[in-house]
Ligand binder design. Structure first.
Ligand code: ATP
Ligand code: MG
Length: 385
């Protein structure tokens, strides 16, 4: 593989997505993408190993064709379901020997943190520095090239994930013939979706996907809380199918074509005909009737997220709420959320050509995580010099 490129893989409940990208100024330039729909993932976990493995193979093949890059190494995104956030400290001692800090020192500290964390049911996904201290003085973001005489210490966070789930996601990717370079939890990936001021002031990022809704809270520069609720767009489609007595595929089509998340703004004039499960005459409804169902489920989903935040003692979100994930393709999501919270609300859609869809936020931000990690460790995984 051309070492210049970063490849990220997202195994979602609705589709597997891959992106081939490269560092471009402070962002990511996208060279190619691949996407394959699959039934093999339930709530972010592998339920049909063989189906997911083949979806991964197909996705990577598509990404290869679209990017013209021969790829066999990937950075793998891990969902925030069944995950924990922990904090740890570690220190390297130089005993009076002036030492120029390089990527290997940082790598050693991160590795020490990984080894210190012992949880019987969870495995470390990724460790991220919050700050370093050189000779126990002030906080430093990146100590590379600085001279330490006594010590280099780190205050770090780590995201853990249910061990069995993690092992099987990784195995599935490896069995598809790919090497997994690093894992990144979406909780840390989402940092790249937030602006500096959002991260500083305190912001919640919410990814409403197909079967899960992930969230992360950032404040004063770093990740403070993470989690997920077990429903997303699929629940909306199921509700529509139930409410209007139509099959799931019809309901999904209706949602995409006429779906609106905010009842007050939905169209109540144009008639939509819905084929019935029992072959009786088509039901006639308006987009407002659909919005009634959609709004209810989305509001319920978001309320679960708000409750989880409150349980984490997060009551004020001064930087606001950022929403992304496939379900925010629905019209009216911003208006609905703005109706529920007093803080600022925005929708995040990646701006790279070929991936301007909110369902690509997670996989693109995985590339940003990989670039940041590589820069911090002075390019241990990808040769970018
Ligand atoms: P998860 O993150 O839950 O594991 P995923 O990452 O595969 O799953 P996404 O790709 O983010 O999920 O989003 C898929 C969801 O977005 C589906 O429920 C789909 O119906 C919904 N969706 C996609 N496009 C639209 C659209 N135009 N209108 C309404 N919903 C949409
Ligand atoms: Mg997803």
């Amino acid at each position: 593989m051309d070492k210049h490129y970063y490849v990220a893989l997202d195994i979602g409940s609705s589709s597997v997505k891959a992106v081939v990208g490269e560092k471009f100024h402070e962002g990511v330039n996208i060279i190619g993408t691949g996407q394959t729909y699959t039934d093999g993932v339930i709530k972010g976990n592998i339920s049909n190993f063989e189906a997911v493995r083949s979806a991964i193979t197909d996705t990577v093949k598509k990404a290869k064709i679209s990017s013209d890059v021969d790829l066999d190494e990937v950075f793998l995104k891990i969902p925030t379901t069944d995950s924990l956030l922990v904090f740890e400290e570690n220190q390297l001692n130089f005993n009076g020997e002036p030492t120029e800090i390089n990527g290997t020192h940082i790598e050693d500290l991160l590795e020490n943190i990984r080894e210190k964390i012992n949880d019987p049911d969870h495995e470390v996904v990724n460790v991220f520095p919050i700050y370093f201290k050189v000779d126990n003085l002030h906080e430093v973001v990146d100590p590379k090239e600085m001279i330490a005489t006594e010590s280099l210490s780190i205050h770090a966070g780590a995201v853990l994930k249910n061990r069995s789930q993690l092992i099987n996601i990784v195995k599935c990717v490896e069995d598809a013939g790919l090497e997994v370079l690093e894992l990144f939890s979406d909780a840390t990936n989402f940092e790249h979706i937030l602006s500096e001021s959002e991260i500083e002031l305190g912001s919640v990022i919410i990814d409403v996907g197909h079967e899960i809704t992930q969230y992360a809270y950032y404040e004063r520069g770093s990740l403070r809380a993470l989690g997920a609720v077990p429903y997303g767009g699929m629940a909306i489609t199921s509700d529509l199918s139930e409410a209007f007595n139509t099959n799931y595929e019809q309901a999904e089509r209706l949602k995409h074509q006429y779906g609106h998340a905010f009842y007050d703004h939905a169209n109540d004039e144009d008639i939509i005909k819905i084929p019935q499960r029992d072959n009786s005459e088509d039901l006639e409804v308006t987009a407002k009737d659909l919005a009634d169902i959609i709004e209810l489920r989305l509001e319920e989903t978001l309320t679960e997220v708000f409750k989880a935040l409150e349980a984490n003692k997060i009551n004020r979100v001064s930087g606001g709420f950022v929403l992304t994930g496939g379900t925010v393709n629905l019209s009216g999501v911003k208006e609905l959320v703005q109706d529920l919270v007093a803080e600022k609300v925005r929708i995040h859609i990646p701006n790279q050509m070929g991936a301007r869809k909110p369902e690509f936020s997670s996989v693109i931000s995985t590339i940003s995580s990989a670039i940041l990690f590589d820069e911090l460790l002075d390019y241990v995984t990808i040769d970018n010099h």
